[in-house]
Design a protein around this ligand. Sequence first.
Ligand SMILES: NC(=O)C1=CN([C@@H]2O[C@H](COP(=O)(O)OP(=O)(O)OC[C@H]3O[C@@H](n4cnc5c(N)ncnc54)[C@H](O)[C@@H]3O)[C@@H](O)[C@H]2O)C=CC1
Ligand SMILES: O=C(OP(=O)(O)O)[C@H](O)COP(=O)(O)O
Length: 229
Amino acid sequence: MGKIKIGINGFGRIGRLVARVALQSEDVELVAVNDPFITTEYMTYMFKYDTVHGHWKHSDIKLKDSKTLLFGEKPVTVFGFRNPEEIPWGEAGADYVVESTGVFTDKDKAVGKVLPELNGKLTGMSFRVPTVDVSVVDLTVRLEKAASYEDIKKAIKAASEGPLKGIMGYTEADLVSTDFTGDSRSSIFDAKAGIALNEHFVKLVSWYDNEWGYSNRVVDLIRHIFKTQ
Ligand SMILES: NC(=O)C1=CN([C@@H]2O[C@H](COP(=O)(O)OP(=O)(O)OC[C@H]3O[C@@H](n4cnc5c(N)ncnc54)[C@H](O)[C@@H]3O)[C@@H](O)[C@H]2O)C=CC1
Ligand SMILES: O=C(OP(=O)(O)O)[C@H](O)COP(=O)(O)O
């Protein structure tokens, strides 16, 4: 089976990290990036030296010419269009495009679309804690069916080791926000941080690397689309 060829629109925090995920994947090939507001020199510099996730050590990155970046031997076409309709992704061979400009998306409305059964039942917020990276979800829940905090912990632990392995994590360690930097899972339940008022009212706490976890899920999503198309 051929590789999944992707383009990335917007080469900021997420665009560059999706590129890192793709470049480390066997089955995904980065073929093009588009960003009208930064030069190829600046793209190279920002990609190489990421303050949060560290220096890129997997390959050399060079400018082949003003329209091509070389990641090791791998050429990646660079476009600079502001209007997404004008970007010639096809010319570069991109079959899937990651939208990571933040200009054309509306992610806050996505939960109810992805999980319609939660419409009207769930709202929430996550704290972008004052570190360069990592967020935390503080979920306060009123339960119709009684459950002790121990039961909840057991169910989440079982899911993290079973159907949600690699996506949901579970920890009883005494960790703090920066300990989750570089974790590719979407949510790591902090068993010691939650609290139950009674068997119908609980607060659950879960951490995630909002940059690296999200970027890994973007590439997982492309793999899913590729497989199911
Ligand atoms: N930073 C994070 O932790 C997360 C961000 N997101 C979402 O990902 C998206 C991108 O966020 P960041 O990477 O943090 O933003 P960013 O500001 O670091 O990067 C955005 C990039 O898009 C470029 N851009 C702006 N207008 C453009 C256009 N018309 N065409 C092409 N490129 C354009 C900018 O030059 C910049 O390089 C947003 O929708 C954000 O909500 C989602 C999850 C986590
Ligand atoms: O840090 C983030 O992730 P989070 O909302 O999951 O904590 C934001 O998605 C960053 O993007 P924003 O600048 O659109 O808020």
